[in-house]
Design a protein around this ligand. Structure first.
Ligand code: GLC
Ligand code: CA
Length: 556
């Protein structure tokens, strides 16, 4: 297996709107990020993945871009960006940009032109179709954010495709000019010195040309089979690699909904010239009677089965990215751990152990290193996120679900859980802003905040810091071969990693109760790399504390 810097790196995701506000307008910004780089250096991360900072009307918080080569006014200026990049580099931190090129904003210059007439030179930059017999959209696809995926445009009497909001029209990747524009723009950023791209829904860029109806899922047809991994997606990515990526030393990660281990070996194979790694969603996807909106917990046996399938499926063929949460997911500790006060820290450390000892590049979502939790929503008016707002309207206000039934589901999953401001200290608004934050601060900031945790050697923060440092000192954490033990245990996630004569045993309890465990003989008396509880490891039969985790290391 090739050894490379991005396999050995730890990535930290910043959602700029919620990270740090420097000027009191309640919105996080670039200067705010720069002001916190020393905190990130102290944590020890190698790479920042910056969620979009480009000019945007913010229908989907920056994932709707109206100019790829300008900075969103609320976030600052291009000079602020250059300063952030220089300051990050000075601290040995690389910056990976979010690349959102499945769609643009409807306020992008290309779309403004495209809409003007059927003959406009930019018409073919987007996906326009005639309706079926006048009034009906070209097919039954539903958009990810509710409603039809087609929007009728009066001026030219045609529909355009938007897999996300109607302010996010899909680009037409079949058009070679579109691809060249994207490659030129990417080259421009690379020449500025950025260090890579996280590619938004990149598995969706090639659509089945016939665009047939999808199977009805909930209220609309599912576009998945006709848009995920479409017929030309690999060709496009190889072209992008050839024209841009291969010319620089970059880290690339594709967000690839619907991906399988087999497909990942194509997108991010050791020998295929496309991407370095992909985000898969098998372990965070959910489906219940209201689509993704459910408060059910994934059983540990199936979580282990899923993650193990990815560990073994990619071994020596492709590279995993590891994450529990991001800006689209609820908070890790609330979802996979236990955010009740008596268990929060233990379970946050346990989850971190479990993830960071797997094979792949770990991603930390801002605030995860503090054990930040889901937000206690009071009413639907609390939501700011377009997906939550539309889902509540579609399923509840106008749809079949009662508020009582739907409320626990949407509050468990709302993307706003991850988007409340980072909790820096215990001053008003958690030190995030001197003004009024765009999304309220979680009231638990008085307990959970960076200032308190950086001062406390037993904090979740220091635990993450230690995990990151261990990765630097122990190649086995990066390159060791994974093997799952106790697949049927409903409370314990136990696995080994092996590299030449070295072996790790990783033991994680996902239970809020004490659990019996027997240390395998070969690890008796082995040294402990990290743990969230005090104990000795020289007797086989032990009783794990709730959410206990430890890693033993032997070298024979
Ligand atoms: C990706 C982003 C998400 C965004 C969507 C549309 O899934 O992570 O935040 O809403 O794409 O761009
Ligand atoms: Ca600001």
């Amino acid at each position: 297996m090739n050894r490379t810097w991005w396999k050995e790196a730890v990535v930290y995701q910043i959602y700029p709107r919620s990270f740090m506000d420097s000027n009191g307008d309640g919105i996080g910004d670039l200067k705010g990020i720069t002001s916190r780089l020393d905190y990130l250096r102290d944590l020890g991360i190698d790479v920042i993945w910056l969620s979009p900072v480009y000019q945007s009307p913010n229908d989907d918080n920056g994932y709707d871009i109206s100019d790829y080569q300008a900075i969103m006014a609320e976030f600052g200026t291009m000079e602020d960006f250059d300063e952030l990049l220089a300051q990050a580099h000075a601290r040995g931190i690389r910056i990976v940009m979010d690349l959102v090129v499945n769609h643009t904003s409807d306020e992008h210059r290309w779309f403004v032109e495209s809409k003007k007439s059927r003959e406009n030179p930019y018409r073919d930059y987007y996906i326009w179709q005639e309706g079926k017999d006048g009034e009906t959209p070209p097919n039954n696809w539903g958009s990810c954010f509710g409603g039809s995926a087609w929007q009728y445009d009066e001026a030219t009497s045609m529909y355009y495709l938007h897999l996300f909001s109607k302010k996010q029209p899909d680009l037409n990747w079949e058009n070679q000019k579109v691809r060249q524009e994207v490659y030129d723009m990417m080259t421009w950023w690379c020449d500025k010195g950025i260090d890579g791209f996280r590619m938004d829904v990149i598995s969706l860029i090639s659509k089945t040309p016939e665009m047939p109806d999808g199977e009805i899922r909930g209220l609309y047809g599912d576009f998945g089979p006709h848009c995920f991994h479409g017929p030309r997606v690999h060709e496009f990515l190889q072209e992008m690699n050839d024209k841009v990526l291969s010319k620089y030393d970059l880290m690339t990660v594709g967000e690839t909904p619907g991906v399988t281990p087999e497909l990942a070996c194509q997108y991010a194979g050791e020998t295929t010239q496309e991407l370095n790694m992909v985000f898969q969603f098998d372990h965070v996807d959910s489906a219940g009677k209201y689509g993704k909106w459910t408060d059910e917990k994934t059983p540990l046996t199936s979580l282990k089965e899923t993650l193990s399938r990815w560990q073994t499926g990619l071994y020596e063929k492709a590279w995993n990215s590891l994450f529990w949460d991001n800006h689209d997911q609820p908070r890790a500790v609330s979802r996979f751990g236990d955010d009740r006060p008596q268990f929060r820290e233990m379970s946050a450390k346990m989850l971190a152990t479990c993830l960071h000892m797997l094979q792949g590049t770990p991603y930390i979502y801002q605030g995860e290193e503090l054990g930040m939790t889901n937000y206690p929503f009071h009413s639907p008016d609390d939501f700011q996120d377009i997906e939550s707002i539309n889902a509540y309207r579609e399923w509840c206000t106008e749809g079949p679900a009662s508020h009582e039934e739907f409320w626990p589901c949407i509050t468990a999953k709302s993307r706003d859980n991850a988007r409340t401001p980072v909790q820096w200290d215990n001053s008003p608004q958690a030190g995030f802003t001197t003004g009024t934050p765009w999304l309220p601060v979680n009231p638990n900031y008085t307990e959970i905040n960076a200032k308190a945790e950086t001062a406390d050697p037993d904090s979740v923060f220091h635990y993450y810091k230690k995990l990151i440092a261990l990765r630097k000192q122990n190649p086995i954490i990066v390159y060791g071969k994974y093997q799952l033990l106790l697949p049927d245990s409903e409370t314990l996630f136990v696995y080994t990693r092996t590299l030449e004569s070295e072996k790790l045993l990783v033991v994680c309890s996902f239970s809020c109760q004490e659990t019996a465990f027997t240390i395998p003989e070969e690890f008796l008396g082995a040294s402990c790399l990290i743990s969230n509880a005090e104990r000795s490891y020289d007797r086989p039969d032990i009783t794990l504390r709730p959410y206990e985790a430890f890693v033993l290391h032997r070298n024979s």
